[in-house]
Design a protein around this ligand. Structure first.
Ligand code: CU
Length: 408
């Protein structure tokens, strides 16, 4: 009975694999418009049922793909040859047929053979692999340099050099928490196609341009990775590492933080949109305009209404995921802000919570620090929470200058 069950599940496994062969045997296809779609129907991200590496979108990724195939072949040939000889010998020369074991010692010929042959095999694998590894490390002559900063749990991007220089933004998971759920809380919304693989601000780069990435981190080690680009680079606090890619197709490519970085490690995806040169220039122009509009003078004094309007946007972009639009949070997991003693009490404490986070142990999670937000954004979101829902704080307004002072 047990055996029959096992055989059944093995057969099921094999048939699933067989069904997938056409999918993984076929490579990425590039449509007439040059947009990249993989044969499995996905665009630049993982696809359910995919067995092989993701279809490559850069030269390096193609080389890795071929190397992987080549090594698999070498392993397969060795496997078949070694086990073939072994099983043949065991079967044909078994004791019950009357075979007598040979009794020789120290065969120089055999010893030379089993040293030289593996050595040649290793050389045959190491040579092409070394060429690719050296290629991966060659970050010279980049067209655009982007600094990537890993943070618990989001990515920061600063365009340091090349077209788009000066652009900077944070990239957050955009999948609503209602699709995720939490222990004890069923997800209340249906999960979308790009569940946990979507962000509010994508990294945008031009096609066929060498992009150098300089990685670092603010808190713990993270790792920036896009499998279709053949890129995975650790982002280490206090250190700077670099890597590069040159995407050969336009399209959207997805990856994840690939270094276990804490509780929300699975919630910091990476999305890169590769566009034509013209589209890239248009994006740069739009982004610069947006940034100019956002660049606020922290010494300006705002009216309460200006701060509330701005704060509502900051709240929607950064806080709703946990504290919810109605400010009620999620019981036992995320603190409510509606009626919170911190939000209705002295403002200095709330500024401190925003700048440094909070971990009282009363909730399953903790409040992350938001010091990477601008002074104006922090002042605005605090003012917003102090005047929203049922909150009517006595100290109902915080100016950016107060946040500047608290940072020191
Ligand atoms: Cu991470």
């Amino acid at each position: 009975m047990k055996h029959a069950k096992r055989l059944q599940s093995l057969m099921l496994g094999l048939s699933v694999m067989a069904a997938n062969i056409p999918a993984w045997a076929a490579d990425a296809a590039v449509s007439a418009t040059g947009t990249y779609t993989s044969a499995t129907g996905g665009t630049g991200g993982p696809v359910a049922g995919e067995l092989n590496l993701q279809p490559p979108a850069t030269q390096i990724a193609s080389e890795i793909y071929s190397l992987h195939t080549w090594m698999m072949m070498v392993c397969l040939v060795i496997f078949v040859a070694v086990f073939g000889v072994m099983f043949y010998s065991i079967f044909k020369h078994r004791k019950s047929l009357g075979h007598k074991p040979a009794s020789f010692h120290e065969s120089t010929a055999v010893e030379i053979a089993w040293t030289v042959v593996p050595f040649l095999i290793v050389i045959g694998m190491a040579l092409p692999a070394t060429r690719t590894v050296v290629g991966m490390k060659d970050t010279s002559n980049a067209d655009i340099t982007i600094k990537v900063t890993g943070m618990q749990w989001k990515w920061g991007y600063d365009y340091l050099k090349g077209e788009g220089e000066g652009i900077a933004f944070l990239s957050n998971l955009s999948t609503p928490r209602a699709q995720v759920g939490a222990p004890g809380f069923e997800a209340t919304e249906k999960r979308g196609d790009n569940y946990l693989m979507e962000v509010d601000q994508e990294v945008v780069v031009p096609v066929n341009k060498k992009i150098r990435l300089v990685t670092t981190a603010n808190d713990v080690i993270h790792s920036w990775s896009i499998p279709a680009f053949g890129v995975k680079q650790d982002a280490i606090p206090g250190f700077v590492r670099d890597t590069w890619f040159k995407a050969e197709h336009t399209g959207t490519f997805r990856g994840y933080c690939s270094e276990l970085c804490g509780k929300e490690h699975a919630f910091m995806p990476i999305v890169v949109r590769v566009v034509s040169d013209a589209d890239y220039s248009a994006w740069v122009a739009a982004k610069k305009k947006e940034m100019a509009a956002l660049a606020d003078d922290p010494s300006k004094t705002w009216t309460i209404d200006e701060l509330k309007t701005k704060g509502e946007k900051v709240y929607a972009a950064n806080c709703v995921a946990c504290h919810q639009a109605n400010g009620k949070g999620v019981a036992a997991t995320f603190a409510p802000l509606d009626g919170s003693p911190v939000v209705t009490g002295p403002k200095a404490e709330q500024i401190d919570v925003l700048l440094h986070g909070k971990k009282s142990g009363k909730y399953a999670t903790e409040m992350p620090a938001w010091k990477q937000l601008s002074d104006t954004d922090i002042a605005a979101v605090i003012t917003y929470t102090r005047n929203s829902w049922s909150n009517k704080a006595a100290e109902n307004i915080v100016q950016p200058a107060e946040v500047v002072a608290a940072r020191k």
